[in-house]
Design a protein around this ligand. Structure first.
Ligand SMILES: Cc1cc2nc3c(=O)[nH]c(=O)nc-3n(C[C@H](O)[C@H](O)[C@H](O)COP(=O)(O)OP(=O)(O)OC[C@H]3O[C@@H](n4cnc5c(N)ncnc54)[C@H](O)[C@@H]3O)c2cc1C
Length: 426
């Protein structure tokens, strides 16, 4: 691949305590984290969507393969989709060996991301608890623990007493409305600062010569004789041999522009956050049966989430039903937080697939690639997806780690069923 307008690398300002002090005392402004550009008439690769997936793919194309003639186009702003609206849970305790291996690679990449990008992404591996309120959940957890252990991922089933030690605020008494019979404990799981991840990848990609275009909506995709030729955007036409669709909740609309139908339905997903209080909850706590999860940020806010709204929609309005239901279930689990006030709620869009696994790789249109189907759980997969999709673009071959997630699995009937580990746990 050849870049006709040449990559324009630049030295980024290093972020460190020393440079904060130097710039502070010297009164010097920080340079923009990523630059503005005019849209060029041609790129080697066009990525649609500036969420964590699009940005990570751009970064690894440049960093790992030297492919820098890349444009990332977004109709809104960097991280304006799910990547800036999620509850930032990172874990790898999935149900299928394919899923566990894949998400584990992402955890490993996240562990060194702050150093690699020179950006504090605040990855806090504080442990992740999935509660069991009935025998069926305990059985699924034992199954998950076995699969996880076989893949080298730390994960085990623990009893109510150990649950209480890890999360003293939980009511583990037998008299609770939904008694806690045990939990799947996953020590490497935790939370991260989602904006920092998005901005860190954007800055890293920009430094290597990638162009990030905000406010550039893809309105059409030109396909000729089964091959991608370019995209039409709100800021002009661009020719390119490779288009990567990384638009999550909008991905079936964008794929339809290339004539590719995806087995994806978009649902809203809501979350909410309370006022900050002294930190008392170290681990992430999830209850699949109650469709609720809670974590506490380092600032002290409790972050609440649930499963998707029960109807397909592209609306990002919050609803009263969501807050009422989440509050009721959180109180059943942790009666002590009854006087906390909610600060705000919000919603994002989730691209749900029939098997709760992503769709990654080639489509029937040559040069039109997808990295979609991220549902309620795709933020944690940003690094590994970016790394693997970059390799696929650079080599023209599907890497082993993502071969199970091809679009063709829906024709072949080889689904990767992750519902038991993905529907609420995120
Ligand atoms: C409330 C909530 C909580 C969540 N919690 C978690 C969690 O705890 N852990 C986890 O791993 N995941 C979680 N998720 C899921 C996660 O946020 C997403 O799966 C992930 O962010 C998807 O990233 P992405 O880069 O693929 O897409 P997005 O971040 O959604 O980015 C897609 C981008 O495409 C752009 N776009 C769309 N159409 C066009 C077009 N025609 N032209 C140009 N640009 C376009 C959009 O503007 C958007 O910026 C949660 C999601 C929500 C909503």
């Amino acid at each position: 691949m050849s870049g006709h307008h040449g990559p324009t690398r630049r030295r980024t300002a290093r972020y460190s305590a020393f440079s904060v002090a130097r710039r502070g005392f010297g009164g010097r402004e920080w340079p923009r984290a990523w630059r503005r550009h005019d849209l060029a008439p041609r790129y080697d690769v066009v990525i649609v969507g500036a969420g964590v997936h699009g940005l990570a793919a751009a970064y690894y194309l440049a960093a790992n393969h030297g492919i820098t003639d890349v444009a990332v186009l977004d109709k809104g702003y960097v991280g304006g989709g799910g990547s800036g609206r999620n509850t930032a849970i990172v874990r790898s305790n999935y149900l299928t060996p394919e899923g566990v291996r894949f998400y584990d690679r992402s955890v490993k990449l996240y562990e060194r991301l702050a150093v690699e990008l020179n950006y504090n992404v605040m990855f806090s591996q504080r442990g992740h608890l999935t509660l069991a309120h009935n025998d069926a959940s305990l059985r699924t957890m034992a199954w998950r623990a076995e699969v996880n252990t076989l893949q080298g991922v730390a994960s085990s089933v623990i009893g109510p007493r150990d649950v209480k030690k890890l999360a003293p605020a939980l009511d583990v008494s037998p008299g609770a409305r939904y008694p806690i019979l045990g939990a799947l404990y996953h020590p490497p799981g935790g939370i991260i600062r989602h904006d920092a991840v998005n901005w860190g990848y954007a800055r890293g990609a920009d430094a290597l010569g990638v162009q990030i275009h905000q406010d550039a909506e893809v309105l059409g995709i030109d396909v000729d004789h089964g091959r991608v030729r370019g995209v039409r955007t709100s800021r002009g036409d661009v020719s390119t041999p490779v288009v990567l669709n990384a638009t999550a909740g909008w991905s079936s609309l964008v794929s339809a522009l290339a004539g590719v139908k995806l087995p994806i339905v978009t649902h809203p997903l809501q979350a909410a956050v309370t006022e900050p209080v002294k930190v008392f909850l170290r681990t992430v706590v999830v209850s699949g049966s109650l469709h609720v999860y809670v974590s506490q940020t380092d600032r002290g806010e409790l972050v609440f989430g649930a499963s998707v709204d029960p109807y397909p929609s592209y609306s990002t309005r919050g609803s009263l039903e969501f807050v009422e239901e989440v509050a009721a279930h959180v109180l059943e689990l942790m009666p002590g937080v009854g006087r906390l006030r909610l600060l705000r709620q919000w919603a994002g869009l989730c691209d749900m697939t029939p098997d709760y696994s992503p769709i990654m790789g080639f489509t029937p249109v040559d040069g039109f690639l997808v990295d979609v189907g991220w549902g309620t759980y795709g933020f944690k997969a940003g690094p590994v997806s970016g790394e693997q999709m970059a390799e696929l673009v650079a080599t023209g071959k599907t890497p082993e780690l993502i071969s199970a997630f091809s679009l063709s699995r829906f024709d072949a009937g080889t689904l990767v069923g992750e519902k038991g580990a993905a529907s609420v746990g995120h």
